[in-house]
Design a protein around this ligand. Structure first.
Ligand code: PHE
Length: 334
């Protein structure tokens, strides 16, 4: 009686059986009341007592093994049904993967960072103001009273306000200059700040105009600060930002109610095509008065840079709408 051989055969048979029905037949055949294990025990009587003991032990062991193997096969099948089998869920974590596509900082954001850094090195802190402004901060305090024609050129989006709330009229700011007012009313000069932000205008949209765009306001108030300082700061900034030898800067007189004298700054690479990139001037005495400063003791320089235009010029972008479009084909180039 070769129990070892039987053991090998039966265990293999269990392993091969794939359904519960097959297992049940096997169980009956081997472990049932009329099964083969019983039969083996019955045959024991034909052996000598010594051998009977040894073979009896082996049959017992076989019985235990078969019972365990059946049990194991059944729970395995059950787990498989529930989707627990790890072998099937095997995941090779070391397999090379397709690299995830990582985005990058938007051209506008990185340009704003560069600009703020240049001004930081020139001693200017960066501050921010809200997109929604009061009529007074956006116009009156900047020497643009209600009757002033400058209001019309900067017609904008007024906010619908509840009629029972008595507050100032609110609007989307038409320029970043109200941050001059906010800063001077809350900080004692001397000061040097830049204030980048979005501004809004009720304009027809085309390649160089949008109803929203970015500006960077600059303001420095001190006892002796003067027009030469203003020009020097702007020139230094522009040279640093463009890093272009053939950048040409043209300065011409202009008018803004909140500066006196006022200038516009045009830029060109070829000396033929010029683009207006900034307005600037000496802070008007009325603005100083409106922010409770004595124009006899203090003077200031102020500038407003068109950020979108600088970027367009630097990267030769033909249409402002591309900058604001979130079109990946465009953005991936920078
Ligand atoms: N606020 C002006 C504009 O939007 C620009 C400017 C700022 C001009 C500061 C002079 C001084 O056009």
């Amino acid at each position: 009686m070769d129990i070892r051989k039987l053991e090998k055969q039966t265990l293999e048979q269990i392993e091969k059986t794939s359904d519960e029905n097959g297992l049940r037949i096997f169980e009956k055949q081997w472990l049932g009341p009329k099964g083969k294990i019983r039969e083996l025990f019955r045959e024991l009587k034909n052996f000598e007592p010594e051998e009977r003991k040894k073979i009896g032990g082996e049959i017992n062991l076989l019985k235990k093994e078969l019972t365990a193997a059946l049990e194991k096969k059944r729970t395995g099948a059950e787990k498989e049904k529930q989707g627990f089998v790890l072998e099937k869920e095997w995941l090779d974590a070391t397999r090379p993967v397709k690299p995830a596509e990582i985005g990058h900082i938007h051209l506008l954001t990185s340009a704003l960072k560069d600009i703020a850094l240049i001004f930081k090195n020139l001693g200017f802190d960066s501050v921010s103001g809200p997109d929604i402004e009061t009529e007074w901060n956006n116009f009156d305090a900047l020497n643009i009273p209600a009757y002033h024609p400058a209001r019309e050129t900067a017609d904008t989006f007024w906010l619908n306000q509840m009629s029972n709330v008595k507050s100032q009229k609110l609007l989307l700011r038409t320029h970043t200059s109200p941050s001059q007012i906010r800063h001077l009313l809350s900080h004692k000069p001397p000061c040097r700040i830049v204030s980048p932000g979005k501004v809004y205008r009720f304009e027809a949209i085309d390649a160089s105009h949008n109803i929203e765009f970015w500006q960077l306001e600059g303001l420095a108030v001190d006892k002796n600060i003067n027009f030469a300082n203003l020009l020097d700061i702007l020139r230094t900034f522009l040279k640093e930002f463009f890093k272009e030898k053939n950048l040409k800067i043209r300065i011409r007189p202009s008018y803004y109610p909140f500066v006196e004298p006022g200038i516009d700054i045009d830029l060109s690479f070829d000396g033929k095509k010029w683009i207006e990139a900034a307005g600037a001037g000496m802070v008007h005495p009325n603005v100083l008065k409106n922010t409770k400063l004595n124009p006899e003791g203090w003077q200031g320089i102020a500038f407003g840079i068109g950020v979108d235009r600088l970027i367009m010029l630097k990267h030769k972008i033909p249409d402002i709408r591309l900058l604001h479009s979130a079109d990946l084909r465009f953005l991936k180039q920078f």
